[in-house]
Design a protein around this ligand. Structure first.
Ligand SMILES: Nc1ncnc2c1ncn2[C@@H]1O[C@H](COP(=O)(O)OP(=O)(O)OP(=O)(O)O)[C@@H](O)[C@H]1O
Ligand SMILES: [Mg+2]
Length: 290
């Protein structure tokens, strides 16, 4: 049973024609790329988009994951929580094929990705917003965005999507000819999100999207994640800020030294005393934007 999306503390999604100029352009997203078209969250049964099953991964002799099981269903936002060095970023590496697990299964849309290279996995419809954004700092914002569409041949649709991104992220539009390395952290985060969306992903993976951002940008980025998700893109996000992550998520997993120690609907996790004590600083610490 998927929990209702809890958005307390965040602005509600816009109604059509209200705010977020250009958002309306997302209607019909992916129509001309049928094999990659996202199914709206509200429509049909929520089948698993991403499945990690009994993953055991290693860095040399050091084991990073122990029988890791994670599932992201179509239309969901799933948050992976955990302290430093618990294996969150390594989980992203597994999904993107940057690290091959020693055992276990990784399925995207029901098919194994274990034999695939990272570019092949991305072409299947997984977008990545890596830790610390990892833009190409010497390239312009425009060039960075176009890099996100490198696997696509449909140049006209790419140009249209670039326009959509600029409408969705007006701040990015203002900086379009700037070198990416000169942008603020919040601006770079938006460029990284827009770049990932340029690949028209079915699933977007984000590693600590609010890290280092001012509270204003934290809210903005989380709101954008919820909006992107509302258009049918499933989201798998790693976050240290458990409170904020669980506010927009449907489901959460808590990782501790490579093991899932707790999982469930985000609403239930937010109310769970163990989560409150370990990650939210107990009562009254429900909103601690760093
Ligand atoms: N390239 C690497 N080589 C060897 N060990 C690594 C490597 N990358 C990560 N590790 C180890 O794997 C474990 C998990 O690291 P990981 O980066 O996945 O943690 P994390 O939960 O993302 O941490 P953080 O919150 O600090 O980002 C840690 O013990 C880390 O030291
Ligand atoms: Mg990390």
């Amino acid at each position: 049973m998927i929990a209702t999306v809890a958005r307390s503390g965040l602005a509600p999604p816009p109604q059509r024609g209200e705010g977020w100029e250009g958002w309306e352009g997302w209607e019909g997203w992916g129509e001309d790329l049928p094999e990659r078209t996202a199914v709206p969250a509200s429509g049909g049964a929520a089948h698993p988009v991403l499945q990690l099953k009994k993953i055991n991964s290693f860095y040399g002799p050091v084991q990073a994951h122990f029988d890791l099981d994670i599932e992201v269903r179509q239309g969901q936002i799933v948050s992976l929580l955990g302290g430093n060095a618990s294996g969150k970023s390594t989980t992203m590496k597994i999904v993107l094929g940057l690290l091959k697990p020693r055992s276990g299964e990784v399925n995207f849309n029901g098919a194994s990705t274990l034999g695939l290279s990272t570019p092949q996995i991305i072409r299947k419809g997984i977008g990545s917003v890596p830790e610390a954004r990892r833009l190409f700092p010497a390239m312009t914002v425009r060039e960075n965005l176009l890099m996100g569409a490198y696997a696509r041949n449909d140049r006209k649709a790419v140009a249209e999507d670039l326009e959509r991104m600029l409408a969705l992220f007006p701040r990015v539009a203002e900086r379009i000819e700037f070198q990416a390395g000169t942008l603020s952290g919040g601006e770079q985060q938006m460029v990284a999100m827009a770049r990932a969306l340029m690949g028209r992903p079915r699933l977007i993976c984000m590693d600590e999207p609010t890290m280092g951002l001012s509270p204003l940008y934290v809210d903005k980025v989380l709101e954008l994640i919820a909006r992107i998700n509302a258009q049918g893109v499933s989201v798998f996000m790693v976050e240290q800020n458990a409170s904020l992550a669980l506010q927009i998520a449907h489901h959460g997993y808590v990782l501790q030294t490579g093991r899932i120690v707790l999982s469930g609907p985000a609403k239930e996790l937010l109310a769970d005393a163990r989560i409150r004590d370990a990650y939210l600083g107990g009562e009254g610490a429900a909103r601690t934007a760093s």
